[in-house]
Design a protein around this ligand. Structure first.
Ligand code: ATP
Ligand code: MG
Length: 1077
């Protein structure tokens, strides 16, 4: 039995390593054919779009820029510590003995109970009922129940297969102990048995403790070791403390006891050996110290206040069963990395939030939450600010141009950083550079499947790979609703996996072919099962206008219930909304009439008196469109009105599905295409996943409108598994790989090619190497990338042999990775900034704006030459001179505007950039999006997006210039410009708009009502705000006040930290050291 156990122990020891740099290659999966994700194009008729003009194509060019700006380790716990008993880890053995024991204690009745109460077969088998012994609470009151049932459980803890467990365990434990420890343990056992007979009451309690079943002797050991040292203390056992004391804690105590025991005289070699042992013990203890989660209360280790806050602020009274199971998983307790995947609306966020609270409150470490879009970051900031205020932690925003790098060091409070993918990467880099990464105890990635999303996926992969490589204690948790090749991601993150198909509201999926609805059933051969014929009473005119029967489908649900109608293009959203309203009965106008009038007024006010004519016509019917062409103020109003039921139908593009949580009773997909591409499975899942509102609907339904010719493709779409998620380090000509290598060298994470190769074995790319890079091997790619970086003047190689040659970044290289500048543009940016220095025009913003107009926006907009020329003629003489200096002379624009051929072509990037700079200059001068959008015939959404991309790029250029001595003069200028572009409003509104989610219109209202500074808002009475600000709900008022309080606290604390640092006596002050001499 013992040798069997030994084998198991050894096996476990190997598999328990969280990061095995050398072992990664063994994880390669067989060479599978990569899933064909190439876009399927097909001609499809969109009847409603007949009127769509060429302008739509131009709008399509300015496509959702969400993808451009989304402004958008662990190793073995014991690291190099091998073991106390030379051949294998003593601690690991103890852990296993404990596990074995727990397994013995899992009675069949408990198993049965579990099966009966949770989703059968959904949870991974690896999560056995052992969890229940550690955290048996299945509801918030279960702690008491456990106490009550102590008597029933006790026999199991004391006797197994006729053996006294404690002694069985001790035998196992002693087998591998060094002699010094053995002597100590034997002494203690004796003392412990004496004590047991003398203190029956205490033992009775201990025998019932949930995770301490066999531990009395261990605890006794510690107690007795104190006695041995003559520091005899009154033995007192605090039941609440003992009850939650984990095995690790007790082991720590034993080790302390062992370390303190007086040793008899022994030989020098033995003494050295023992010294090495205690060194190992201390390393082990430190590691345990950093990995265990101290327990603060009954709510998954948190105080009951957290549970109350979740109820008060979220209205959630009890957790779903899966949420409880997930929070009590072994992986979670042991702080292993974890990926959990559940269907949309499954309630994944709450689990992540509770884990974040535990990290902040119990482990007193910072946490980082990574979300895909700026809007989501802002929504989360608003939602968690109240938790931060109540539970005393800071919530810091890292999105767009917000966020400090490295973050302010907080000595007292812990911080929760909420960041977009891009900002999270810069944040992690800055923490690595300042040696502070270990302060971040937990990183949570929402929508983990974003790893497969082009350049953003590459950034996410780099961030996580760096954390895995650099920190032994930072736990990574990823969640997603659409993961198929989760094993690859598991290998990459060295993570456990938890899955369940729980969905609080059942989702019924249908497809519609002509006027027949078929229910989707992947189990059926044909996939589609006839459900019903649609009742369509259409006039011939109506049939012509609405051949897809959208009106019939939506009116089955609205206005009492809500409906989302996904359309393939932005223009189509507007056309469909108008078409539907044209045929809706007048009775729809009466539904929530007053609220709709208010909404229209608000829309008018955010447009400074102008309102979108389409919305003006559709809102009275409770219908609106939603896409990136709207301003964020409009989008916010429409989202809020939809959530409140004022609007019952939104026609929207697929971006809504990935953004804010806006559920609907019915979701209709107007076409199986997004623009001209056939839907991907993950897109489909995200869209239909919006159907069914938790707590409101009993079921949700989705209807995909199909054309006969797409039937086969649609069958695959609804039945096949979600697309695999592949590494994107090679995306876009390997930009991700180049960027990764540059920052690895720049941050001194790796200094030779050999080290880079080692690092890369920790990436998703390495896990999928055989599937994604067939032409070249990893090593060749690395060498080619280094050549590229060297040629670009970003990296230089010192003398040395190929693999061991020392690499370092040049000044330009450092500036590039510090500013997160695209590698293909860094030299152009350097050139532009250098030229700028020669004749920087400072009597207008134009030149500076031109320098920070993002290069990637250039392709998204084609100049209208007439407008270009008109704008040019309105420039001042100095501005015109500057335009000519950058290579865009008046003659060029004039010839273009008059349709003449141009003899000498100008640099198209400079031309387009200058055009966009004109747009930005107009914005800075006028601050009115609508007028500017109109003047340049652009959508207001595009103009706003241009503004936020430019403010973010401006802060990147600022960081770039900070690293290059020759650009010293830019620093002050760009710092001011970033601020102006970020809050392109009247200066007095800036302090109010710093509060997450307070947009221009709201800031104006607040300012008008006398709330002029952050302090005004932070001290405001939410009820008074509701009374004095039009259309402000109680919830919004509370969120504004909470976010303001949080921001004020954060700013005040940062200043306080600065004061403390200024006043702290430097430890290396010469006079002090001289005095000491
Ligand atoms: N235990 C619970 N009881 C009641 N409602 C809950 C519970 N947990 C979460 N919810 C609610 O369910 C809704 C969906 O939750 P959440 O946003 O976490 O879903 P999700 O799993 O992240 O889905 P998606 O993949 O679509 O993002 C939210 O409104 C949330 O407040
Ligand atoms: Mg979610």
């Amino acid at each position: 039995m013992t040798s069997n156990l030994d084998q198991q122990l050894k096996a476990k020891r190997v598999s328990s390593r969280k990061r095995q740099r050398d072992g990664m290659r063994s994880y390669f999966t067989p060479n599978k054919k990569k899933h064909n994700c190439s876009p399927v194009t097909a001609e499809h008729r969109l009847q409603v779009d007949n009127q769509e003009t060429a302008q739509e194509q131009q709008h399509a060019l300015m496509a959702d820029n969400q993808h451009n700006e989304y402004y958008s380790d662990e190793e073995d716990l014991f690291g190099d510590y091998d073991s106390i008993a030379c051949d294998s880890s003593f601690l690991a053995k103890l852990e296993d003995v404990e596990q074995n024991f727990k397994q013995c204690c899992s009675t069949p009745s408990r198993d049965a109970e579990k099966d009966g109460t949770t989703n059968k077969g959904h949870t991974s088998a690896q999560y056995s009922d052992v969890n229940r012994l550690i955290y048996p609470e299945t509801d918030f009151t279960a702690l008491k129940q456990t106490e009550k049932s102590n008597d029933a459980k006790r026999p199991c803890h004391t006797e197994i297969n006729g053996h006294h467990f404690s002694s069985a365990l001790m035998e196992d434990m002693f087998e591998d102990l060094p002699s010094s420890q053995l002597a100590f343990q034997q002494d203690n056992c004796k003392a412990a048995s004496d004590l047991r007979t003398s203190e029956p009451a205490v033992l009775e309690y201990m025998g019932s403790a949930k995770s301490t079943t066999f531990v009395p002797s261990v605890i006794d050991n510690v107690q007795n070791s104190s006695d041995l040292e003559g520091k005899s203390e009154q033995r007192t056992v605090n039941p609440a403390f003992q009850k939650r004391m984990s095995f690790t804690e007790q082991l720590k105590k034993t080790l302390v006891g062992n370390a303190m025991v007086q040793m008899p005289q022994v030989s020098r070699t033995k003494a050295q050996k023992d010294a090495a042992v205690s060194e190992e013990i201390s390393v082990a203890m430190q590691t345990m110290e950093s990995s265990s989660v101290p327990d603060l209360g009954p709510f998954f280790g948190l105080p009951s206040k957290v549970k109350e806050l979740i109820y008060k602020l979220r209205g959630i009274k009890d957790l779903y069963d899966w949420q409880k199971t997930c929070l009590t998983l072994d992986s979670v307790q042991q702080r292993k990395n974890l990926i959990y995947s559940l269907p949309t609306s499954g309630g994944k966020t709450l689990v992540a939030e509770i884990l974040i609270f535990r990290e902040l409150l119990c482990r007193k470490k910072d946490a980082l939450l990574i979300l895909p879009y700026i809007s989501l970051v802002q929504e989360k900031i608003r939602g968690l600010a109240s938790f931060g205020l109540e539970l005393d932690f800071l919530v810091e925003e890292y999105a767009g141009s917000k966020g400090r790098f490295p973050p302010v060091k907080r000595r007292v409070k812990r911080s929760l950083y909420i960041a977009t993918i891009e900002k999270a990467h810069i944040l992690v880099n800055s923490l690595i550079e300042t040696n502070r990464l270990d302060n971040v105890g937990l990183i949570v990635v929402d929508e983990l499947h974003m790893l497969g999303d082009g350049s953003r996926g590459a950034i996410l992969e780099m961030t996580l790979a760096k954390v895995l490589y650099m920190s032994k204690t930072t736990q990574i948790i990823g969640m997603s609703a659409t993961l198929s090749n989760v094993q690859d991601l598991q290998k990459f993150l060295q993570a456990d996996n938890y899955t369940s198909d729980f969905r609080p509201v059942q989702l019924k999926e249908y497809v519609k072919l002509q006027d027949v609805l078929y229910e989707i059933d992947p189990k059926e051969e044909e996939c589609f099962r006839l459900s019903r014929h649609l009742k369509v009473e259409y006039s011939s005119n109506m049939q012509k206008m609405d051949p897809d029967h959208l009106i019939a489908l939506v009116t089955e649900v609205i206005p009492v219930n809500s409906c989302l109608l996904f359309c393939p293009t932005k223009k189509n959203c507007e056309n469909v909304a108008e078409m539907i309203c044209k045929y809706l009965k007048k009775v729809f106008l009466q539904h929530r009439e007053k609220e709709k009038v208010n909404l229209l007024n608000e829309l008018k006010s955010v447009g400074n008196g102008t309102m979108c004519p389409v919305l003006k016509r559709t809102v009275p019917y409770g219908v609106a469109y939603h896409h990136s062409g709207l301003t964020s103020d409009e989008r916010k109003l429409i989202e809020e009105a939809y959530s409140a039921g004022t609007l019952c139908l939104l026609t929207c593009t697929s971006t809504l599905a990935a953004g804010i949580n806006l559920p609907a009773r019915r979701v209709i997909l107007r076409s199986a295409y997004v623009a001209t591409d056939f839907l991907k499975r993950s897109q489909y899942k995200q869209m239909v996943g919006r159907a069914g509102r938790a707590g409101i609907d009993l079921s949700g339904e989705s209807i995909l409108i199909l054309q006969e010719r797409d039937k086969q493709l649609a069958k695959e779409l609804v039945c096949k598994p979600t697309e695999n998620c592949y590494s994107n380090l090679l995306h876009d000509n390997g930009k991700g790989m180049l960027c990764l290598m540059l920052s690895l060298i720049g941050l001194s994470i790796t200094r030779t090619l050999g080290e880079i190769r080692d690092f890369l074995s920790c990436t998703l790319f390495s896990v999928q190497e055989e599937q994604i890079c067939r032409e070249k091997c990893l090593w060749d790619i690395v060498k080619d990338s280094l050549d590229f970086l060297t040629q670009k003047g970003l990296v230089k190689t010192a003398a040395g042999k190929e693999e061991d040659a020392l690499l370092e970044v040049t000044m330009l290289g450092r500036a590039t990775f510090k500013g997160s500048i695209d590698l293909t543009n860094c030299d152009v940016l350097y050139r532009d900034l250098s030229r700028g220095l020669e004749g920087l025009m400072l009597n207008s913003f134009l030149h500076l704006i031109y320098l920070v107009t993002p290069y990637e926006m250039v392709t998204q907009c084609k100049p209208d030459w007439m407008i270009y020329f008109r704008q040019f003629t309105q420039l001042t003489a100095a501005e015109q001179k500057m335009s000519t200096a950058i290579g865009v002379p008046e003659s060029f624009i004039a010839r273009k505007a008059s349709g003449q051929s141009v003899k000498k072509a100008a640099d198209s990037v400079a031309v387009n950039r200058l055009y966009l700079a004109f747009v930005l200059l107009s914005l800075l001068k006028e601050t009115d999006l609508w007028t500017v959008a109109d003047r340049f015939r652009l959508t207001r959404g595009f103009v706003q997006n241009l503004l936020s991309s430019s403010s973010a790029f401006c802060s990147c250029v600022l960081h770039f210039t900070e690293e290059l001595e020759e650009f010293w003069s830019y620093k002050a200028l760009l710092a001011e410009l970033t601020k102006r572009l970020t809050y392109c409003v009247n200066a007095e509104l800036i302090p109010l708009m710093e509060v997450a989610g307070v947009l221009e219109a709201r800031a104006k209202q607040l300012y008008g009502a006398g709330y002029k500074t952050l302090a005004h808002l932070a001290n405001a009475d939410p009820m008074l705000l509701v009374q004095s600000i039009e259309n402000l709900s109680k919830r919004q008022a509370h969120q504004i006040v909470a976010s303001s309080k949080m921001l004020l606290t954060e700013k005040a604390e940062a200043l306080q930290e600065e004061v403390d640092e200024l006043l702290t006596l430097p430890h290396d002050l010469p006079s002090l050291s001289l005095g000491a001499i």
